[in-house]
Design a protein around this ligand. Structure first.
Ligand code: CUA
Length: 180
């Protein structure tokens, strides 16, 4: 018991018991397995992280994203004043993450490729496209670019999966894929 003094004053200098050696051995082997899982998963896990990213100020990104959205706005989303933007296939599209929204709503065409730019204007957010499990951390000051080609039509939800404050659970967006 830890609350009574040890029988041996130099308690830490006794020979290690067999069970303890066994558990240390198991722990060490597990550490090594987990360590080698990192390169293994990187190469064989079919991960597909974007490799394109740029430093950008929030103001510059907002200006760029708002100008791009204004050019191809086709309406607003539901009861909100969030624009629905229908950019031409093959183009660069710019999404803003901020407290607490994903802006704007894109209407994309099935089978066409887009370069999706993402940046946060304030704090760390997590872009999670449902239910296809596309996940990206969105940092302020960095513009990440993911090349996407929608393969199904429908409405896809975007949730924030990095805790970003009191409205985190309300930070929802939408991506619409249509057949043209
Ligand atoms: Cu944005 Cu959580």
């Amino acid at each position: 018991m830890a609350i009574s003094p040890p029988e041996q004053r130099i308690w830490w200098n006794e020979p290690i018991g067999r069970n303890e050696v066994l558990w240390i051995g198991i722990g060490l082997i597990w550490c090594i397995i987990m360590f080698f899982m990192m390169p293994y998963w990187h190469l064989e896990g079919q991960q597909n992280p974007p490799t394109e990213g740029y430093r950008i100020s929030s103001d510059d990104y907002a200006t760029k994203a708002e100008a791009a959205a204004a050019e191809y706005t086709v309406g607003t989303w539901g009861e909100t004043d969030v624009p629905v933007v229908s950019p031409p296939p093959g183009s660069d599209i710019y999404m803003i993450a901020r407290l607490w929204e994903w802006w704007p709503v894109f209407e994309l065409q099935k089978g066409e490729t887009y370069r999706l730019h993402l940046a946060s204007l304030d704090w760390l957010h997590g872009f999670s496209l449902q239910p296809v499990n596309l996940n990206l951390q969105i940092h302020p000051g960095y513009e990440m670019v993911a090349t996407i080609t929608p393969t199904e039509t429908g409405e896809f939800g975007i949730v924030c999966n990095e805790f970003c404050g009191i409205g985190h659970h309300l930070m929802l967006g939408k991506m619409i894929v249509v057949e043209k």
